[in-house]
Design a protein around this ligand. Sequence first.
Ligand code: GDP
Ligand code: MG
Length: 164
Amino acid sequence: NKPVIAVVGRPNVGKSTLFNKLIGQRLSIVDDTPGVTRDRIYGEVEWCGKTAFIVDTGGIEPKSDDIILVQMRRQAQLAIDTANVIILVTDCKSGMVATDMDVAQMLQKSGKPVVLCVNKCDTLGEPSPEFYEFYNLGLGDPIEVSAVHGYGTGDLLDKAFSSF
Ligand code: GDP
Ligand code: MG
């Protein structure tokens, strides 16, 4: 009965990149269903002697804004219903957008523990002004992450595992 961490967020914020980073590349590449090559969406992550399941809720992601919102609400609700802790991934380069606020509000109302990840913070040092916008989501202190470079993933896991 391992705890479950769900990774949610808008298309293109870097959910899958972060997921792959957290589970270690070796497990991440493909599912071996015959004839189908797709990204793995479940993995295990080990941190400080504890193990959790982690789920990438993305998948084939829509392009139009209204469909994105509907799908994100669905993903967030699923995460609320099934996960022990939720990582909400946002994007420092695009800054905070309305969809982030909508989903943040759902997560906050649920009372589930949420870790707010601000991804694509690729340079070390003083965060960009956009980073500070994410304090307004009301989900506590945002964590600066660069999934590509692996920055900030330790802080993210510290916070996620502290809620089990
Ligand atoms: P998803 O749709 O949320 O699963 O996002 P992906 O993981 O597919 O990433 C979307 C795009 O963002 C890809 O081009 C990634 O290479 C890029 N990306 C992901 N993480 C980072 C990051 O930390 N920094 C930068 N600069 N790009 C990133
Ligand atoms: Mg993805």
